[in-house]
Design a protein. Structure first.
Length: 310
């Protein structure tokens, strides 16, 4: 996968590894808000559009929030092809449940970035929250998009469910920090490490954090409080992909999620929530990882199993 440099798409692998071989995720570049107080981006019905991948865990959390917050009739969505090759995420629609680009009829996600900013330097990632009125990207940081969805459209949808309640925010923030650094991003740090030491450091932190999560979930249904919160929604996409992909493909193989007593119960319970079940597609997930990462899986063989991912 390439990247945009001064608005020009540069093909080829661009390493995000540090000198010690560890993987470092590039920060998102579009970081706008949607609110009644914003000068540009106001909450409006049918004004905004999501570009997502069923395969991508970061995009998955926005799809879950879109469903939970009853935004399906207010924020439209396009689904990219699971293959991410030299031109990045593609709008090819020859794979089940892909849509193409319904707004601009473009071929690749990086062209959406170029429409928004002709001189942008960025990875062309999903999710992308697009504004149809100004023809610009509002935000491409999933953690911020879900916060926008949690509250910005409440008056329009009449859905006031709060997945980031003020009384639970300190604990949600604490869990989010550990989850992001060591689990959500930890699987990528493990899989994309370039040295043995960097890999071992990432894997040890990953499983130490999973053990911590398993302990937190002892006798509990959710991570924070007695309700579904942002902390759960940020963690579950990674857990759903773990045994099918990360355990083998990214060498995160000290244990499977199914071998954690409390986490495995938690995943099964959350997967039965319609917003999570309906937005999870294991065909897209396996196809993306095993086919797109040629450096890890050069023959692009996609495993048949596991029959039951968790």
């Amino acid at each position: 996968m390439g990247q945009l440099i001064n608005g020009v798409w540069k093909k080829g692998s661009v390493s995000n590894n540090q000198k010690d071989g560890s993987f470092k995720r590039v920060d998102s570049v579009f970081r706008n808000e949607i609110s009644d107080n914003d000068k540009v981006y106001k909450p409006e019905k049918n004004r905004y559009h999501l570009y997502v991948s069923y395969a991508c865990p970061w995009a998955h959390r926005t799809l879950i929030f879109r469903h939970l917050k009853k935004l399906e009739n207010h924020i439209s969505v396009d689904y990219v092809h699971p293959d991410m090759l030299e031109n990045g995420w593609s709008f090819s629609n020859n794979f089940p449940k892909t849509t193409g680009d319904s707004l601009h009829l473009k071929s690749y996600i990086h062209e959406i970035y170029q429409l928004s900013d002709k001189k942008v330097s960025s990875k062309a990632t999903v999710p992308v929250l697009w504004d149809k009125k100004t023809n610009t990207i509002v935000n491409n940081e999933s953690a911020e998009i879900i916060r926008i969805m949690n509250s910005a459209f409440n008056k329009i949808t009449k859905n006031f469910d709060d997945y980031y309640p003020s009384n639970l925010r300190p604990e949600i923030d604490r869990i989010n920090k550990i989850t992001y650094e060591n689990i959500n991003n930890g699987v990528y740090k493990s899989g994309f490490s370039k040295t043995q030491s960097a890999y071992e450091d990432a894997v040890k932190k990953l499983f130490s954090s999973l053990e911590m999560i398993d302990e937190i979930l002892k006798g509990k249904e959710y991570l924070v409080g007695n309700q579904l919160t942002e902390a759960d929604i940020r963690l579950i996409p990674t857990l759903l992909r773990f045994d099918s992909v990360y355990h083998v493909h990214f060498k995160c193989n000290l244990k499977k999620i199914s071998e954690f007593k409390n986490i495995s119960h938690y995943v099964k319970k959350l997967f039965n929530i319609p917003a999570i079940h309906s937005t999870t597609d294991f065909d897209h997930i396996k196809r993306h990882y095993y086919f797109s990462h040629e450096s890890i899986n050069p023959n692009r063989i996609i495993p048949l199993g596991p029959e039951k991912p968790f």
